[in-house]
Design a protein around this ligand. Structure first.
Ligand code: ZN
Ligand code: ZN
Length: 185
């Protein structure tokens, strides 16, 4: 598949062939329909945040499930999904007490002795934010996506993954405005 590969600070991303590993039991393959350019992606491009390279950036996306691992029950091929920055394990103390954003994410990533999710001619290509959506396909943990209605345009649904969530979190968690409130700003 084609992916936009980031190889160094302020170097333009290059469209290259990158290989996806086969999905593990709890992993899924998603065909990317849309991917936003978040300012965080730009920060990595500009070198303000470090990241190992080569890497495929992109973390605000939507697409259609193509393939699922043997233990995946949440989604099936054909489902429309948005990607989620905060992949969670689903069974640690944080996850089971309603705080999956604090999860240590054990078991949601590949171990060092496993094949990397992304590679190029046998060399590791790093996965950004457990997603890497500047690519034709994503290989992610099943808890890194959220299903959306099929009548929602995917180019708009993609923005929920980071931009919308960041704003909604500020309103509901920081300003503590309850859902349904009427506000001025
Ligand atoms: Zn973002
Ligand atoms: Zn957890």
């Amino acid at each position: 598949m084609k992916a936009a590969v980031f190889r160094g600070v302020r170097q333009p991303l290059t469209i290259e062939d990158v290989q996806l590993s086969a999905p593990g039991p709890h992993e899924i393959v998603v065909r990317t329909a849309a991917a936003g350019v978040c300012h965080s992606d730009v920060h990595f491009y500009e070198g303000l945040y470090p990241t190992p390279t080569p890497v495929v950036l992109g973390h605000e996306s939507a697409g259609i499930v193509e393939e699922v691992g043997s233990e995946v029950r949440y989604v099936k091929p054909g489902d429309h999904v948005i990607t989620c920055l905060s992949v969670f394990c689903g069974h640690c103390d944080y996850c089971t007490t309603g705080r999956p954003h604090l999860c240590d994410r054990e078991g949601t990533r590949r171990e060092a002795d496993e094949a990397s999710r992304l590679s190029q001619n046998g060399e590791v290509v790093h996965q950004f934010a457990d997603l890497s959506s500047y690519a034709e396909q994503l290989l992610v943990h099943e808890h890194a996506v959220v299903k959306v209605r099929e009548d929602m345009p995917l180019d708009r649904a993609a923005l929920i993954g980071c931009g919308v969530t960041t704003g909604v979190g500020a309103v509901m968690n920081t300003a503590k405005v309850p859902p349904g409130s009427t506000v001025v700003w």
